[in-house]
Ligand binder design. Structure first.
Ligand SMILES: C[S@@+](CC[C@H](N)C(=O)[O-])C[C@H]1O[C@@H](n2cnc3c(N)ncnc32)[C@H](O)[C@@H]1O
Length: 253
């Protein structure tokens, strides 16, 4: 049942919420990385104050950066555990961001309400990505921008495969643990229900957004952010994280 899938997903994120920001390629590891993210976000959504919805906000990575940049931000997620972390961080920085329960596929937000709807690392974990994209467009004002940031995490390029294998080997040899037994990963039955994982090709995300009726669609990389991220990573993390992110943006007609 769909609600069981959602509960399984929420419960998985609840149980890993405390470690999420500590992981490389998730939480910020350097001020250079933070600067590059802000530079990239400003290029995408502009510097003037926007009303933004961060869907699948998690521990508030994007929501907090955007609020620090002066935007008015609300973050929604199905994992209360992840949003607890987000609330604590926002309070610590004196930022007023609303974090509320919200399902990406059925937001419960009014039509035409936001200048920007954004998400990072969410699309891959949705059961109905097309339904979700249409829902994000519904809550955008005409002329508003959808920004989807995701990665080719499941794309099995031989060089990625080799890199991750070597990274895991290094983890096994230096940390004396079995990195092939990844407890934070979704189980096989759950993965089968998530089409972006099943198709193993993040490039499907571009055609998905295209068919939902946005205009001026652009897909770009995040090279500077990734360079900054990699420079803060020890070798084994560099090997474990060969994947590339993609930013897909489009405007609601
Ligand atoms: C990989 S994390 C990304 C978190 C955050 N956006 C970031 O960039 O760090 C995926 C997040 O998506 C959330 N999520 C999964 N399915 C969702 C859904 N249907 N609606 C809203 N959030 C969802 C999870 O709870 C989790 O917090």
């Amino acid at each position: 049942m769909d609600s069981e899938v959602k509960e399984k997903i929420a419960s998985s994120w609840n149980s890993h919420a405390k470690e999420y920001d500590l992981q490389y390629a998730h939480g910020l590891k350097s001020s250079r990385e933070e600067e590059e993210w802000k530079r990239a976000l400003e290029k995408i959504i502009g510097a003037d104050r926007k009303k933004v919805l961060d869907v699948g906000t998690g521990t508030g990575f994007i929501a907090i950066l955007l609020a620090e940049m002066g935007h008015v931000v609300k973050g929604v997620d199905i994992s209360e555990g992840m949003m607890e972390e987000a609330r604590t961080k926002a309070e610590g920085k004196n930022l007023s961001i609303r974090f509320e329960y919200g399902d990406a596929e059925n937001l419960g937000e009014p039509d035409d309400a936001y200048d920007v709807v954004i998400n990072r690392h969410l699309l891959w974990t949705l059961q109905y990505p097309e339904k979700a994209v249409r829902e994000w467009i519904r809550v955008l004002k005409p002329g508003g921008k959808l920004v989807v940031i995701d990665g080719d995490w499941f794309y099995t390029k031989p060089s990625y495969f080799l890199s991750v294998f070597l990274g895991k080997l290094l983890v096994a040899l230096t940390e004396f643990r079995n990195p092939w037994n990844n407890k934070s990963d979704y189980d096989r039955t759950l993965k089968k229900k998530l089409p972006m994982i099943r198709s193993k090709n993040a490039r499907n995300a571009v055609s998905l957004v295209e068919k939902c009726g946005l205009k001026n669609i652009r897909a770009t990389g995040l090279e500077e952010v990734e360079r900054a991220e990699k420079s803060a990573m020890p070798l084994k993390q560099k090997l474990l994280n060969p994947h590339k992110r993609m930013v897909i943006e489009g405007v609601k007609p």
